[in-house]
Ligand binder design. Structure first.
Ligand code: URA
Length: 208
């Protein structure tokens, strides 16, 4: 199955870069194909992911102009997007969210939540998470931000591989949140990994 074949209908709060008609589309498909290749060594995986992050960060800049930007990587895989986004959005600040996925139950387990002080009322939270599988961790993180009183309309999620199941869950529970993803993949396997996906993004990016 190629990335062009995933042509199911997506809700309006989802932007899927690999479907858009833009100048870099063949380059984007090439990057995705490389990331999907489980034989690619971690150095090449990281380089390719960074090239894709660069395109995504550029595409996000118009959405973020005139706002304070709070970059919010979901630890650990979300940290991979941080250097590129920090270099493109120089005055961004960091919100740390650590939510661990229990590998047996696939349920979220929180261990860190730190928002910077005195942020503007219209600040945009840009949540960085390359793999959104069940959206359990994501919904948990959005719930924490909502509980603290942050406006969910000011949240943008950045992802590379988002499962269709996650799109549905986020649309049902947090329809005001916008998802910007490189691709939407149709299936989760029995371990809640995205299919075809790319395997464990954090392990592949960080070489662990
Ligand atoms: N996290 C990953 O790194 N990969 C998946 O497929 C799902 C969750």
């Amino acid at each position: 199955m190629s990335d062009q074949d995933n042509n199911f209908t997506l809700p309006p709060n989802v932007t899927c870069f690999s479907r858009s008609k833009n100048a870099q589309i063949s380059e984007r498909h090439l990057f995705l194909t490389r990331l999907r290749n489980r034989e690619l060594p971690y150095q090449a995986f990281r380089k390719t992911a960074d090239q894709l992050f660069d395109l995504i960060a550029e595409a996000m800049i118009p959405h973020l102009e005139n706002h304070e930007v709070i970059l919010t990587p979901i630890f650990r895989a979300g940290l991979s997007l941080l250097p590129v986004f920090m270099s493109k959005i120089e005055n961004s600040r960091l919100c740390s969210i650590g939510v661990k996925r229990n590998e047996d139950t696939a349920q979220p387990e929180p261990y860190l939540f730190k928002v910077p002080p005195e942020i503007a009322a219209d600040a945009k939270f840009v949540i960085l998470e390359p793999m959104i599988a069940t959206a359990g961790t994501m919904c948990y993180s959005l719930g924490m931000l909502k509980k603290q009183g942050y406006d969910l309309n000011n949240i943008e999620i950045i992802s590379i591989f988002c499962a269709l199941e996650a799109v549905d869950k986020l649309q049902n529970e947090f329809p005001q949140v916008h998802i910007h993803t490189e691709v939407v993949d149709p299936i989760l396997d029995e371990h809640k990994y995205i299919v075809p996906g790319c395997g464990d993004f954090g392990d592949r990016y960080f070489g662990t």
